[in-house]
Ligand binder design. Structure first.
Ligand code: GDP
Ligand code: IMO
Ligand code: MG
Length: 421
């Protein structure tokens, strides 16, 4: 068997959590491959709403195994809060969740370093989620990290050494290094991890594939936040692209099956960094209000704009997307006209290729399409789609050259239409 991958094609928050939940019944296992509690994946069903940060979004279906993979960075305190809340709502989390020993631990000092780095950058700050993501991945790459599997291997000594290094760095940066108050709770939460099955997830997943089991890999963030191919330096610190599923789970490239690329019918971004199709006018505000575009974790206002097909084509290329999933089309239900950016004008020249930098001098070239002006939220099948909506979908498929197989018309699990193929 091969693994299927579901990942974001824009700047995150495309609706990954919702669709992973919807697709989970097709699989035996769901595995998160990168990122950490910077993610906020929202699921809605039976009138309830859940936001998952480190735990995969396959947790609510029929007992599938869920895995936190080796490419993830885990904050034990936030993980514990998330897990205990799920337990309270009836999820037998300890039975169905396994954690890779190779996942790296986010320490309290990583969060302090995240804040100090941002402060030093001043006006050019990244606008991180403040969860210690960058410093934890930095420690991983510079071979100073602490891994989940270290819990059983001389942990106290390793932790103290890492902490001392961080305190020195913080002191040099002139930042507060007071982590004592956070330490006891963190160490307690590290101990809590021992209540879970800690696995070598690469062996585990490959054995499952050999046994004919199906696996869905869940990405976090989005392609335009990828550390190598996103809008660097305004990115996160991991590989959010499909290759990240290979490295984050220990799955070989020839084991990748379907790649589901998910995007909103428009586009959003949180934090700093370039965003060519951003709208600063009433239309941008209307999208934010109708789409409730506020961060699932931080509550920050998301910047809103028209869909960017140049960036989407680039994301499709990087990920080898085989199926597209379009989210939140209902947010555009009342618009008389909808725009889509089909090319960029760079120094007066039109290009359909994504350039090295989108920081300045990019002028989006738009095509305007008629809106469908129909309430889509109660629609149950593709036969009910209004013609203008079908035309919009056909236009995107032609521009992107990949079929749109799933359409989401509302936040609830039920408001999802899988097209017949
Ligand atoms: P993720 O990080 O990719 O999982 O996405 P988020 O959960 O951060 O953001 C997506 C938001 O849109 C959440 O509040 C979802 O409940 C909501 N949502 C998902 N799909 C739809 C949809 O089709 N229509 C509307 N109106 N909301 C949606
Ligand atoms: P999900 O999985 C949207 C953004 C932050 C910031 C940049 C770096 O819910 O789609 P970090 O804390 O990772 O160092 O911040 O990345 N960012 C996200 N934006 N959705 C996310 O996750 C994000 N995770 C990080 O706002 O601009
Ligand atoms: Mg999110």
């Amino acid at each position: 068997m091969k693994v299927d991958v579901l990942l974001g094609l824009q700047w995150g928050d495309e609706g990954k959590g919702k669709v992973v939940d919807v697709l989970t019944p097709r699989y035996d296992v769901v595995a998160r491959f990168q990122g950490g509690p910077n993610a906020g994946h929202t699921l809605e069903f039976e009138g309830k709403k859940y936001v998952l940060r480190s735990i995969p979004s396959g947790i609510f279906q029929h007992g599938q195994i869920n895995i936190i993979g080796g490419g993830v960075v885990l904050d034990p305190v936030l993980f514990r809060e998330e897990a205990e809340a799920l337990e309270k709502s009836g999820v037998e989390i300890k039975k169905i969740l396994k954690i890779s020993k190779k996942a790296h631990l986010i320490m309290p000092t990583h969060r302090l370093l995240d804040a100090a780095n941002e402060q030093m950058k001043g006006a050019s700050k990244i606008g991180t989620t403040g969860k210690g993501i960058g410093p934890t991945y930095t420690d991983k790459v510079s071979r100073n990290g602490l891994r989940v599997g270290d819990i059983f291997h001389n942990f106290e000594t390793k932790y103290q050494a890492a902490k001392e290094r961080h305190v020195k760095m913080l002191t040099m940066m002139g930042a507060a290094a007071d982590c004592e108050s956070l330490e006891a709770k963190w160490l307690d939460a590290v101990d809590y991890l021992k209540g879970y099955e800690l696995i070598d997830s690469e062996n585990y997943i490959n054995h499952l594939l050999d046994a004919g089991k199906s696996v869905l890999c869940e990405g976090a963030q989005g392609t335009m936040l990828d550390v190598d191919y996103g809008s660097y330096p305004f990115v996160t610190s991991s590989n959010t692209i499909c290759a990240g599923a290979c490295s984050g789970l220990g799955v070989a490239p020839n084991k990748i099956g379907e790649v589901f690329g998910i995007f909103k019918a428009y586009c959003t971004r949180v934090g700093s960094g370039p965003f060519p199709t951003e709208l600063f006018d009433e239309t941008g505000k209307k999208i934010r209000d109708l789409g409730h575009e506020y961060g699932a974790v931080t509550g920050r206002e998301r910047r809103c704009g028209w869909v960017d097909l140049v960036a989407l084509r680039y994301a499709i290329m990087l990920n080898g997307v085989t199926q597209l999933i379009m989210m939140k089309s209902d947010v555009l239900d009342s618009f008389a006209e909808i725009k889509a950016c089909v090319a960029y004008k760079v120094d007066g020249k039109e290009t359909r290729d994504f350039p090295y930098s989108i920081e300045e001098g990019i002028e989006p070239v738009y095509v305007t399409l008629p809106g469908w002006q129909t309430d889509m939220t109660a629609i149950k099948s593709e036969e009910e789609f209004p013609q203008a909506f079908n035309d919009y979908v056909a236009f995107l498929e032609k521009e992107l050259n990949v079929p749109i197989t799933i359409l989401s018309v509302g936040p609830d699990r039920e408001q999802t239409i899988v097209r017949k193929r």
